[in-house]
Design a binder for this molecule. Structure first.
Ligand code: C2E
Ligand code: CA
Ligand code: CA
Length: 571
């Protein structure tokens, strides 16, 4: 079947790409036999077809000397089909060693222009060609069924089969598993068009493939993750090679060069361990490596496994827990030490599950690794709005309630507008809610934070800088941030002795904050000595166990109804 140029949706470049692949495959000069092929086409090909949005794949052969019109003699096989109107196709000729020419056509139906993922289509074609050309060889072609359609590397199943074989042969303890992820691959995708990014990934994959020795295997594990089953004796060498992998791409006029580094987890297989377990352990170590940019290669230990297991459980239970309203707001009052009046409250999440109340340090950090934290923060904000309205309906003069917002939210576009919209939805006055965000760690985040605060100002919603003093922000940065409240971290007052130097430091932070028109509050206040110290430093507002722990809704209702503490403070 000839390519129909008029009907074709495939751009010229794609056609050339197809032809290149096809002629490359034709070079194999291998004979094929359609009858054996039929039986062997596997699920893989169908999956690949779906990936490229192919509606139908056909393979047809026309034995030498047979006219195309002589349909009776044409072997025509539809490998995969869904309904679809138009089609694009490709055909090629296979010249056999004896001179016989066999024409083979592959038709990929309805590749709409916006769907075209040339790289995938290419691999699909190649796969089909290999099926065809290797069919007669029987066993050899199975190889191609077991490959990742993007990179051509062995797929995960092949990797696991290989590992299981080593396990069966008692050789597995000679090996280690390296699970790696390319650093900042997002940057590559932001810098070059998506298909060029894919080419970079493919090149990288091929380079990895070139680094391993016989009896070893590398597979792609989704996205820019790779798993390698490596002989221990080659590990050191391999790690030094993957530290920096240069990748050059030429795409028309575009030439790009990347030096790709990675982080990796390593599991040294010491006892006979199932390959699946070994991969999971390397992957746990990889997740640890991700957290420490200065230690890109991390070896697995048992503690990691337990932590990972716990994290996985939290993540798995999260969706249902949200639906079942298991995340509950507790409230901790903020108090003015002069008047002892309640000047605000902070909403702090608790996870009430299976009769247990779990504190946020057991799950917030885990949820921050994914977008789940955004969902949690949103649900807390709504809960707070509902509580405010309920208290108001009880005739209580509700103090401003602060809600914690994970920094992950800051990159969400329109987050400030969204928060304001939620308040409006519940008819909550904008002065009744304050948002607490922690200090930022780098410039990019700083810009997001500054932008967020600016927008919140327009909405008349206060923002406080939480945990001040634990991050990297300097006092200078404070000025440009323009936040409303500075929350001084408890580490500044968690002291055995309060020296003049401590006082000078805290006092100057407070003075500066006030000079920038910020309110100041110190958190984690537990003792009278701390209150006396803060009074000397000029900080009147505190939050901490000295007055109350975070309280359930029922408990806090009585406290805010009263509106003040009559606790004696002697200092
Ligand atoms: P945070 O925002 O700094 O909250 C203050 C933490 O200090 C709370 O811990 C509170 O219970 C604790 N605390 C209060 N007074 C004292 C005291 O006198 N002494 C001591 N030692 N600690 C005191 P909690 O409730 O366990 O929350 C821990 C962290 O979890 C919070 O730190 C915040 O970063 C995060 N978090 C809590 N709720 C949320 C939420 O809804 N969303 C997000 N994104 N994070 C939350
Ligand atoms: Ca906070
Ligand atoms: Ca804090």
């Amino acid at each position: 079947m000839e390519l129909n140029e008029e009907k074709s949706y495939v751009p010229d470049q794609a056609v050339t790409d197809f032809r290149n692949v096809v002629s490359m495959m034709a070079d194999l000069n291998e004979a094929f036999d359609m009858s054996t092929l039929v039986a062997r086409l596997s699920k893989n090909i169908v999956d690949s077809a779906k990936q490229v949005n192919a509606k139908r794949i056909e393979i047809e052969t026309i034995p030498a000397g047979v006219s195309e019109l002589d349909v009776a003699r044409v072997t025509h096989l539809t490998v995969y089909e869904t309904e679809g109107p138009e089609f694009d196709g490709i055909s090629y000729e296979c010249v056999m060693p004896d001179g016989e020419t066999i024409r083979c056509g592959i038709t990929i139906m309805s590749l709409y222009p916006e769907d075209i993922q040339i790289q995938k289509a290419k691999w699909l074609c190649e796969m089909v060609c290999l099926y065809v050309s290797r069919a007669k060889l029987g066993s050899g072609f199975i190889d191609m069924m077991n490959r990742d359609t993007d990179t051509g590397l062995p797929n995960m199943q092949t990797f696991l089969d290989f590992g299981e074989k080593l396990f069966g042969e008692f050789k597995i303890t000679d090996y280690c598993v390296v699970a790696l992820n390319i650093n900042n691959f997002k940057f590559v995708n932001q810098t070059v068009p998506f298909d060029v990014g894919t080419s970079v990934l493919i090149k990288y994959a091929h380079k990895l493939s070139g680094m391993i020795k016989e009896g070893e295997i590398v597979t792609r594990f989704g996205g820019d993750n790779f798993n390698v089953l490596l002989k221990k004796k080659n590990l050191e060498n391999f790690l030094s090679e993957i530290k920096k992998v240069p990748v050059d791409i030429k795409d028309g006029n575009l030439r790009v060069h990347f030096e790709l580094s990675c982080y990796a987890g390593i599991y040294m297989i010491e006892t006979r361990t199932a390959i699946q377990t070994a991969v999971e352990r390397a992957s746990d170590a990889k997740n640890n490596a991700k957290k420490y940019p200065h230690h890109p290669f991390v070896y697995y230990n048992e503690e990691m496994g337990e932590k990972q297991h716990y994290s996985n459980q939290v993540r798995a239970k999260f969706g249902k827990a949200i639906d079942m309203h298991e995340f509950v707001a507790y409230y901790q009052p903020k108090v003015n030490i002069k008047t002892k009046k309640i000047i605000g409250m902070e909403a702090l999440v608790r996870w009430e599950t299976d009769g247990e109340v779990i504190r946020p340090d057991r799950f917030v950090g885990i949820l921050e690794d994914s977008s789940s934290i955004i969902e949690l923060d949103r649900s807390m904000l709504r809960q707070v709005c509902r509580d405010i309205k309920r208290w108001e309906s009880m005739g209580i003069d509700v103090p401003c309630v602060s809600v914690n917002l994970s920094r992950r939210n800051l990159t969400t576009e329109n987050i400030a507008d969204e928060i304001a919209a939620v308040l409006d939805e519940y008819h909550v006055d904008h002065s009744k809610v304050e948002i607490e965000v922690t200090e930022t760690v780098d410039n990019a985040e700083f810009n997001f934070l500054a932008d967020f605060i600016g927008r919140m100002k327009q909405h008349g919603i206060k923002v406080s800088i939480d945990d001040f003093g634990t991050g990297y922000s300097s006092l200078n940065l404070l000025k440009s941030l323009n936040a409303d409240v500075l929350k001084i971290d408890r580490s500044f007052i968690d002291l055995k002795e309060f020296t003049e130097q401590d006082e000078l430091l805290v006092k100057s932070i407070i003075d500066l904050a006030k000079a920038y028109n910020m309110e100041v509050i110190t958190e984690g206040v537990e003792t009278e000595e701390q209150i006396a110290f803060l009074d000397r430093c000029g900080c009147e507002n505190v939050q901490g166990y000295f007055f109350d722990m975070p309280l359930s809704k029922v408990e806090v209702t009585e406290i805010i109804r009263k509106g003040y503490y009559d606790k004696d403070i002697k200092y």
